[in-house]
Design a protein around this ligand. Sequence first.
Ligand code: HEC
Length: 241
Amino acid sequence: MKALNSLIKFGAGAVLVAAGAFASTNAMAAAAKGCGTYTEADGTTVTLECSKAPIDLTNKGSLQRGAAMFMNYCAGCHSAQYVRHSRIAKDLDIPPELVEKYLMVTSKSIGDHITAGIDPEVQGQWFGAAPPDLSLETRLRGDDWVYTYLLSFYEDPSRPWGANNLVLANAAMPHVLMNLQQELGKQEYESRVGDLVNFMAWMAEPVRHQRKIYGAYVILFLLILLIPVYLLNKEFWKDVK
Ligand code: HEC
């Protein structure tokens, strides 16, 4: 009987632990939130709130647009060493022929990982900082940080490339989306950057969406299991008391 009792406690504990684990990914993202501070021209320090990145890994259209943006605007300098082109084709429902034709900017075979167009070490000498690999960037910094960073470039003639960044002060990265920003309106531009960050979030954890679904099923299963276990416990103890 004792054993059953502890089984119930264990069951309830497991549900709590599972629920905690489920919530913790969001909590972790929240902890990593802040987008830093910057100093205004008049010397006041402003805390920058991160903007919320529109992440939706079920939105294939957005992920496809984001993949195109990443390969065309970012892979010239940044690698994404854990991502194969063939995985992009498979997961994002893009025909392999189209991936080969439009998205294989820096490599020859569809089985290759995404390498940077130019050796990052050489770039380090040009820019003063090597462009980091971006495979896991959204997990390192948080989706919202990356989204806000990309939207926070501003003109600064004192910088080598004429641009600076509010989130990463004196970033060595040029404002590579400047033309796009000027071409598209504010809303359209933000939505395209949102697609890009959505793709980067997929890249960093392709199974994130499924993981959440599995997590929900596991909790549901444990909760349902609790009912017969509780009833059994009652049944067994009925005569003892
Ligand atoms: C011309 C080369 C170049 C291109 C193109 C480029 N970047 Fe960068 N990027 C850099 C360099 C150099 C750094 C390092 C900045 C630093 O540390 O000061 C950087 C840094 C970053 C960082 C910050 C990394 C960190 O955690 O500190 C992110 C995020 C980033 N790039 C995203 C992108 C995205 C997304 C694109 C495509 C839209 C892109 N970059 C295109 C050169 C480039």
